[in-house]
Write a protein that binds this ligand. Structure first.
Ligand code: ZN
Length: 60
């Protein structure tokens, strides 16, 4: 059996991003088109969301 590479959509520019079958939830990947940092929120099916720009926890 062969691993199927699934496509997800960049929430910023709607480009199709290929998410490998070994991708992990909460992994950060970079959009090849707009270079946004995207967080994988789901792998089956692959869903991406914009990663927070700051790493510090500012609280709310
Ligand atoms: Zn993009």
């Amino acid at each position: 059996m062969q691993n199927v590479i699934s496509g997800a959509e960049c929430p910023e520019c709607m480009a199709e991003i290929y998410v490998g079958d070994d991708a992990l939830v909460s992994e950060i990947i970079e959009c090849t088109d707009c270079r946004s940092d995207l967080e994988i929120t789901s792998v089956r099916p692959p869903v991406l969301s914009t990663a927070p720009e700051v790493e510090e926890d500012w609280g709310e």
